[in-house]
Structures are given as C-alpha cells and as structure tokens.
Design a protein around this ligand. Sequence first.
Ligand SMILES: N[C@@H](CCC[C@H](N)C(=O)O)C(=O)O
Length: 270
Amino acid sequence: MRFLKGHGTENDFVILPDPEGEVDVSAALVAKICDRRAGIGADGVLRVARTKHSHEVSDQAGEAEWFMDYRNADGSVAEMCGNGVRVFARYLLDAGLEHASEFAIATRGGVRRVRIEPNGDVTVDMGKPVVHGESVATLGGHEYPGIHVDMGNPHLACSIGDPVAQLELTHGPGFDTGVFPAGVNVELFNAVGVSRAVMRVYERGSGETRSCGTGAVATAVAAAHLSGDTTGTWTIEVLGGTLTVILDEDTSYLSGPAVIVASGELMLAE
Ligand SMILES: N[C@@H](CCC[C@H](N)C(=O)O)C(=O)O
C-alpha cells in the first residue's frame, strides 16, 4: 500500500490513500505503522477515503468529497485532529485531489472548512469550542485545575504556573474518569505576555506529542477564560513550532504550517 508522511508543527502523521474506501485499517496495523522503531513512526494515521464510500460520515458527502479517517498511534479512533486536518488538506492539494484555495473535509466531528493561505499555511475552521466547566489534572504530585473544552474531541487545558519545560510527561497526567469516561487530551500551559501561551500536551492514544491543533484551541480558550475573555487572537507555542488561534463569537480558527515530507510503499501487514 502506498503511504505518505507529513506533519503540522511536528505533530506527524502517516497518510494512507484509500479513495474507494477498500482498506480495513485495523488498530493493530495502525499501531505497527506508528511504532517509531519497528514501523514508520507517527502520532497518528490519516486514511484518505471518499466521503460517499465511508458509511460513518456519508451524511457529509454533499459538503465534503474527502473523509479524514483519523486514528491515534495506539490504533484508537478519535473524532477530530486539528493538525491532522491541516496536513490532510495539504495532501489533497499536492495530490491534485482538490484545486481550490478553500474546501471542506469530512471528519467524525463534523465538516471542517480549510483555507490555504498565500504563505502556504493551512487554516481550518475548528467550530465553536464548547466549555463544560472545570476539572483537575494530576502530575508528579501536583494538582492542576483546568477547563474542560470539547473540540469535537475532549480536552482538559490547565494553566500550571510551573515552567512547562520542566514537566515530566513520559506518563500521562491523571484525570477524573467520571468526567472523561472516554479519556482526554491534557494540555499544560503558561500564559506568557499578551495573548500568547506556551503549551505541552499529552494526547489520548498517542502520548506526549510535539503539537496538537485541537489542544492549541482548547488552550487558547482556557487562557482567554483566565483573563475574562472569550474572543481574541492567540499565539500558541508548542514543542514543534507555533500555531495561531482565532476565537470569535461563533467559531474558532487554527493556522500554521502543514507539509508532506516523504512517500513510499508500505510493507507492513497485520
Ligand atoms: N493531534 C490532534 C488530536 C488527535 C486526537 C486526540 N489524540 C484524541 O484522541 O482526541 C490535533 O492536532 O488536534
């Protein structure tokens, strides 16, 4: 099977083109592909299928020709991936499967519209973040209060005070399984300067990653909340680069680089 490799601020993905929706991507195969020593290595897999051939999202076929079937590195399925959808858009353009500077992509979290900026960055309309209230993450004997934000997928974004560079994130933070029965992506951040935050993230199903698009928006929401705001433009620094988040009354936007770096033939099988 053909594959490509791409990343958005070093949140990296293996892309599997499957236009007719014929490939059964098992959790075991995804985990093998994402293995950084025995596989290609990635934070997740993006299967590229025509929406009309994808029963999970076929109701979105009128709006979006292509479905981003996103899988975490452990093979689990997630509703949305903000960096993934930006890399997916870059692939569709490079492959000549989309031609316009704006188009829509189907996801389990609903249709997402993307725009290619003049400098090549990819912006995605992430929809309106839903704030559910407060919860707590625990890490290294510390309790970090945070905000529960639904971006299609679940997030707990915590302002931590301590420098994020010193966090030990080889193991995931603890969280309230009553609030997050399906697990949660945990962002640990510090607001620095005006409308700017430094963030690290431990992703559900993938562990610590160098960036998370939905997590960057959740962090902007939580950081804005701390200053009593619900709108504004935020710069979110992650280990793999810089993302821009715009929060407005009705929706949110995520912008940043998205590139394809390799292609090849996959020899792995289940
Ligand atoms: N890295 C992604 C989020 C991927 C899904 C997440 N791990 C989950 O399980 O919800 C992003 O850029 O948003």
